[in-house]
Design a protein around this ligand. Sequence first.
Ligand SMILES: [Zn+2]
Length: 327
Amino acid sequence: MLENIRGNEKIKAYFERAFKEKRLSHSYLFEGSTGIGKKTMAMAWANLLLCENSQANKPCGVCKSCELLKAGNHPDLIMIEKDAKTTKIDAIREKLVLEMETKPYRSAYKIVIVKDADSLTPEAQNAMLKTMEEPPSYGMIILMTQNAEFLLPTIRSRCVQLRFEPLKEQELYDCLESTYLPAIKKRIYVSFCDGKLGVLKQLLHDESFLERREKSVQYLLRLEKVDLMAMYELIKEITEEKENLAEILEFWELWYRDLAVLKTTGQDNLYYLDYKEQLLDSASKLTYNKISTSLLALRDAKLQVYQNVYTTFIIENLLLNLKERKK
Ligand SMILES: [Zn+2]
């Protein structure tokens, strides 16, 4: 099972050894950004432990436990997710504290996975602490978080902490081996997923991703050429994309990031390698200073979108700013 996981070799090796030597901890803390593979690893580890015939680091895949896991309803695996913004004490009491007091129903272990552990309120963390200090022999808690700093030090010190790293470029290409995509598309997916396998899979299933990316770039290329009249037409068009605005700004930010790269190092690790000619052309017309103030303007605009500032105002401001000739 673990051998099917890509990347994070050290963590895989750690678990394989722990399983072989039966040296298990009662609490683990997985740290790393969204989409980086924390849940995949947690589920694979749980499967290995809960399987009734697992051998040589592999669950059998056919026993009742494996079946129940596949169907997502193994009684000895409990997943706690946040409710709106936080994970409250009631959820922890009911699904962690009480469950841990009850023996496993069919396996040797009872595993509780807490997603978004950074959303645990301090009360919820304290409620969890006692169980972590005196865990039952069969109990295992896996906390997943983007940032361990948000957890109480007393919680952190109880856990084996494992930091998840982004996948290397080659590992991502390996994942795409069986997709038969043209090289340029592979290149786009690999650069836009930022080393996160979860994001890579999402992009592959997102049928209009490439179209939206293309459209966002076309707006910028048009912006370079428009006069004031056409500019207001452009502002109107983009404003109508209210729903996609946050994403358009993300696309633009990466475009300007590419311009900055070309201006300084001229390297080829670009998000928009397929537009290299246009990028080089734009870069030649802009000063580094202008590119960097444009990046700041884009970040401001992104912030305004999250603050629900009036869309027309954001776009008008931003486009005038990007278009401005002066540094
Ligand atoms: Zn099995």
